[in-house]
Design a protein around this ligand. Structure first.
Ligand code: ATP
Ligand code: MG
Length: 165
């Protein structure tokens, strides 16, 4: 795994880039994020089909004791652990439209006492995302290679240097 700090225009600790070479490494990035992000923080995931959003989420959920993680389908969200050590996994792929968000308990999902949340297809509700979040972009960079960019969207969230595999 390679990490670089910082990028132009971003103070150190606000943006990191990581390259993973296997699903297991992407899961490890998720587990690392779960261990360093503050309570109440949301992780907004961006990336095309099969980029690795659920894979990264699986790694996050492992830090909350989950063994099996599948994307939520009809409910749009799954929960792992229990508050305050909880991960709320939201997948907006099947969201009919932003008006369906209140039914999902959208606002309540981001209470500090709820733990962490992670949102697949975050770009579908970009204007409604909580401000206390990190944005994680995952891009294909080869059959088993992914470029992951983690960027803090809030001044109170700083990112430590990620582990090197
Ligand atoms: N470095 C890597 N990181 C993550 N996944 C990888 C990597 N290399 C290969 N893969 C494969 O890419 C796929 C990622 O699937 P995953 O379900 O995590 O994607 P997704 O972004 O959630 O897709 P969807 O948009 O369908 O929800 C898996 O089949 C995984 O094995
Ligand atoms: Mg997915």
């Amino acid at each position: 795994m390679n990490a670089s700090l910082p990028d132009s225009g971003h103070p150190a600790g606000c943006r990191i880039e990581i390259e993973t070479r296997s699903p297991e490494q992407t899961e490890a990035v998720g587990a690392w994020l779960a261990s360093v992000l503050p309570d109440g923080c949301a992780v907004a995931l961006y990336g095309e089909l099969a980029a690795g959003k659920t894979c990264l989420t699986r790694g996050m959920a492992s830090a909350f004791g989950a063994r099996r993680v599948h994307s939520p389908t009809f409910t749009l969200e799954n929960r792992y652990g229990s508050p305050p050590r909880q991960l709320i996994h939201i997948d907006l792929y099947r969201l009919p439209g932003p008006s369906a968000l209140p039914d999902l308990g959208w606002e309540e999902s981001f209470d500090p006492g709820q733990g962490l949340s992670v949102i697949e297809w975050a770009d579908r509700v970009q204007d409604l995302l909580p401000g206390f979040r990190v944005d994680v972009h995952i891009q294909h960079a080869g059959e088993t290679v992914r470029k992951i960019t983690v960027e803090s969207a809030h001044p109170d969230i700083t990112l430590p240097v990620p582990p090197v595999f």
